[in-house]
Design a protein around this ligand. Structure first.
Ligand code: PMP
Length: 354
C-alpha cells in the first residue's frame, strides 16, 4: 500500500532522489565503487560538494550577492552556538517563537547579552509576536522562520538595518522570499533537503570577522568557507543526497513553483480543519505554517477511531510533538497534494461518522 509520509523530520524525500541515492551507494557515477567508500577529495566528490553549494545559492537567488554556502555537521543545534560564537560581540536580539528559539537563546547567552525582543510563550507559542521593537546596538537579530513543533511561520520579516540570522530548518526552499534580506541562514538537511547529518549554512561574507574572540577552527565559519566546505571530512552521503534534492527542485521549477504547490496543500488541510467540527487548529490563523499543520480533535474520545482510519489509509507520522499533543501533518516539498487529499478524506470521514 502507498504510504503517505507526514513525518516532521527526518521526513519524506522525492522517490527519484531515493532511487538515485541508493544507486550511488552501490555504484557511484559508473565507477564500480560506492559513493561512501571513495575519498572526499576525489574529483567526483569534490564536484558533488561544489554542485550542492552552488545549487543552494542559485535556488535562493543569491548568486553574485556575496554569499557562501557550506555544509557542516552537528545539526541545526550546532548553529545555535556557532552563530553566537562567530557574530556576537556584545548584544543580540532573539525572537522567541518556540522550543528551537529557546534552545538558540540558551546557547547564545554564553557569548553575550541577549535581548528577547518578543515572545509567544504566554500562549504556548501558538502565534508569532508582532509589533515588537528592535533595540539599538544589536550585533544581529535571530529569528526562527518556521516553528516545526507549534506549526507557526513568520510571514513578514522585520525591516531593519540589524543583520538578520534565521533558522530555516523546517521551511528552507519551500517558499519564495527575498533571501538577500538575511545575513546568515541555517537549516538542518533533514526536512526539505536530504537525510540527517548535514546542515546548510548560507552566510553573507561581510558579516564575518567582526568579533574579537578566538574561534576554534571547527566552529569558525571563515575556516570552513576558506576550505570550500572541506576543512574536515564532510558527511558525504548527506551532501550527495542534498545535491540530488536540490537538482530535483531546480528541475521542478525551483522555489517559486514548489511554493505554489505548498500553498495549495496548506489551503486544502486548513480549510478542512476550519470547516470540520471534529477538528480544531492549534496555531493562530494568520501565523499558520505551510509546512507543519498542527491540530487537535475536539473530542479526545475519537482518537482511536481517527488513528485507525489513518493507519488504514497508509498515513504515517501525524502524531503531534509531545509538548503540544494532538496532531501535526508535516507537508514538506516532497509530499504530494494527493497525500494531503488522502488525509483530508479521512478527516471528512470522521465528520460523517461523528
Ligand atoms: N530548528 C528547527 C526549526 C528545527 O525544526 C529543528 C529540528 N527539528 C532544529 C532546529 C534542531 O535541529 P537538529 O536536530 O538538526 O539539531
Amino acid at each position: 500500500m502507498k504510504k503517505h509520509n507526514f513525518s516532521a523530520g527526518p521526513c519524506i524525500l522525492p522517490q527519484e532522489v531515493l532511487l538515485k541515492a541508493s544507486e550511488a551507494i552501490m555504484d557511484f557515477n559508473g565507477s564500480g565503487l560506492s559513493l561512501i567508500e571513495i575519498s572526499h577529495r576525489s574529483k567526483d566528490f569534490v564536484e558533488v560538494m561544489e554542485n550542492a553549494r552552488s545549487l543552494a545559492i542559485e535556488l535562493l537567488g543569491l548568486e553574485g550577492k556575496g554569499y557562501s554556502a557550506i555544509f557542516l555537521q552537528g545539526g541545526a543545534s550546532m548553529q545555535f552556538l556557532m552563530t553566537a560564537y562567530n557574530l556576537l560581540e556584545k548584544k543580540a536580539g532573539y525572537l522567541n517563537t518556540g522550543t528551537w528559539s529557546e534552545k538558540a537563546i540558551k546557547e547564545a547567552k554564553m557569548f553575550g547579552e541577549i535581548v528577547e525582543v518578543g515572545s509567544s510563550k504566554d500562549e504556548n507559542f501558538n502565534y508569532i509576536p508582532k509589533g515588537y521593537s528592535i533595540p539599538e546596538g544589536l550585533d544581529y537579530l535571530h529569528l526562527t522562520s518556521n516553528n516545526t513543533i507549534f506549526g507557526t511561520q513568520i510571514k513578514k520579516f522585520p525591516n531593519t538595518n540589524v543583520p538578520l540570522v534565521c533558522d530555516m530548518s523546517s521551511d528552507i526552499f519551500s517558499r519564495q522570499l527575498d533571501f538577500s534580506q538575511f545575513d546568515l541562514i541555517y537549516a538542518g538537511a533533514q526536512k526539505n533537503m536530504g537525510p540527517a547529518g548535514a546542515t546548510l549554512v548560507v552566510i553573507k561574507d561581510d558579516v564575518l570577522g567582526k568579533v574579537s574572540r578566538q574561534i576554534p577552527s571547527m566552529l569558525n565559519y571563515q575556516v570552513h568557507i576558506s576550505k570550500d566546505s572541506m576543512f574536515n571530512t564532510p558527511p558525504v552521503f548527506a551532501v550527495y543526497t542534498s545535491m540530488l534534492t536540490l537538482e530535483w527542485l531546480k528541475n521542478a521549477g525551483g522555489i517559486t513553483a514548489i511554493d505554489e504547490i505548498n500553498e495549495k496543500k496548506a489551503q486544502l488541510i486548513y480549510s478542512e480543519i476550519d470547516l470540520n467540527p471534529v477538528f480544531k487548529g492549534y496555531a493562530n490563523k494568520e501565523d499558520r505554517s505551510n509546512m507543519n499543520a498542527t491540530f487537535n480533535l475536539t473530542d479526545d474520545k475519537l482518537k482511536d477511531t481517527f488513528d485507525a482510519l489513518c493507519k488504514e489509509a497508509g498515513i504515517n507520522g501525524i502524531n503531534g510533538h509531545r509538548s503540544v499533543g494532538g496532531y501535526r501533518a508535516s507537508m514538506y516539498n516532497a509530499l504530494s497534494l494527493e497525500s494531503v487529499g488522502v488525509l483530508v478524506d479521512v478527516m471528512s470521514e470522521m465528520e460523517r461518522k461523528g
